[in-house]
Design a protein around this ligand. Structure first.
Ligand code: UDP
Length: 382
């Protein structure tokens, strides 16, 4: 009855389902355990009419033209230019640390330090702070030390519950020193937010005659996956030989038989305020103080600038224990955890036509554009 079953309706699953239905003429069943589509990109109006991102801020940015064009089939864009400031002991400074930040921190010394940075790395460079820390020049080391202590160290310890040394360099690579006066958080060619929110993108992606959607449906209630069995995939008790595209947490599919894959979770505390604006920018990172990492004020992101009141969210990082209602957000990549993931991956490797896709299923950090790009490629190859 179905050519493919897609588990999860976030970007990985929704784009796959759409491409298989539209390009390959397949009949696709999409299952999602939640009562809504869109995975962690799901957004909705809160009871005050403010568009909120239920699972934290998602800001689209990309240099991949085909991704921008593909998503533009399903949405128009609000031309939001994301800027972040760090609240550093009460003072707000541009993040990532850039030449404007340098000027504010170093005053009269800034022109000399700016020249030193540019002579070493070139105008416009994004220098990972770990690279700067290891540089032989003492003044460059001093800048690196400032950024490390005031932007990176405490935020990272809050976010990951670990010291930076225990964290994948790919994470710290996301915090550069930027040698320009561009205060935007991302420098990509295309950036913005979907004009009417993310959820309508998913509605449109999944609105195809070849796609059947079941919400509130845990995959394990309809599928039995047993890599050792003669029929490794059963759909409602009968053999299924079509494609399975799995975008969920792989350990949980196998009842954590080798142990839990560690993920980082978050608690979101939303607050509605009867005032026009709460803070100066869409996102303020609390890089040295507070238990939360950042406060997002949604109206900047979504363009509801004329709304008379506002909604904000504070993000409190926490471990993921698999408890009821907890959500895994970030894979914690290191050699031990990646090794454990590999054991789970080897299990499904033996199952024909079984594909892992996305942040959870591939146990890696994906931005929206990267997962859309990957889904397009995987669908093409199927
Ligand atoms: N980070 C930091 N200070 C900041 C912003 C980010 O130390 O002010 C580090 C932190 O380890 C974080 C990582 O960089 O987890 C990635 O940050 P990004 O804002 O890209 O994360 P996301 O929005 O995906 O959570």
């Amino acid at each position: 009855m179905y050519d493919s079953i897609v588990i999860g309706s976030g970007f990985a699953g929704a784009v796959m389902a759409r491409q298989l239905a539209e390009e390959k003429g397949q009949k696709v069943l999409v299952l999602d355990a939640r009562e809504h589509i869109g995975g962690n990109c799901y957004d909705r109006l809160d009871e005050h009419g403010i568009l909120i991102h239920q699972y934290g801020p998602h800001i689209f940015h990309t240099n991949i033209e085909r991704v921008y064009e593909y998503l533009s089939r399903f949405t128009e864009w609000y031309e939001y230019r994301h800027e972040v400031v760090g609240n550093i002991y009460g003072k707000e400074l541009p993040i990532p640390f850039n030449l404007n930040t340098l000027e504010e921190v170093y005053g009269d010394r800034a022109p000399h330090l700016e020249k030193l940075l540019i002579d070493n790395f070139g105008q416009g460079a994004r220098v990972p702070i770990l690279e700067l820390m290891n540089h032989e020049d003492k003044e460059l080391q001093e800048i690196a030390q400032y950024v490390y202590e005031n932007v990176f160290l405490k935020y990272t310890m809050k976010q990951w519950g670990k010291s930076p040394k225990e964290i994948d360099p790919a994470v710290s690579g996301r915090v550069p020193v930027l040698l320009s006066r561009d205060n935007r958080y991302f420098q990509d060619r295309f950036q913005g937010l979907p004009l009417h929110g993310y959820t309508p993108i998913f509605e449109k992606l999944l609105d195809h005659k070849g796609i059947e959607l079941r919400l509130g449906c845990d995959a394990k209630s309809v599928l039995t996956i047993d890599p050792e069995a003669a029929e490794p995939v059963l759909l409602q008790g009968g053999p299924f030989h079509g494609n399975i595209i799995f975008t969920g947490a792989l350990d949980e599919l196998f009842d954590c038989r080798f142990g839990r894959l560690p993920y980082r979770s978050l608690r979101f505390d939303f607050e509605h305020l009867n005032r026009k604006f709460y803070q100066s920018h869409g996102v303020v990172n609390y890089t040295v103080t507070e238990d939360f990492t950042r406060i997002t004020e949604f109206k900047y992101l979504t363009g509801q600038l004329d709304a008379p009141d506002t909604t904000i969210v504070r993000e409190y990082p926490m471990p993921y224990s698999g408890g009821e209602g907890e959500i895994p957000y970030y894979a914690i990549n290191n050699s031990e955890n990646d090794g454990l993931f590999e054991k789970y991956r080897k299990l499904v490797e033996k199952i024909p036509h079984f594909t892992l896709l996305g942040r959870l299923a591939e146990y890696k950090y994906y931005n929206i554009d990267a997962i859309v790009d990957r889904a397009l490629t995987v669908a093409e190859q199927m």
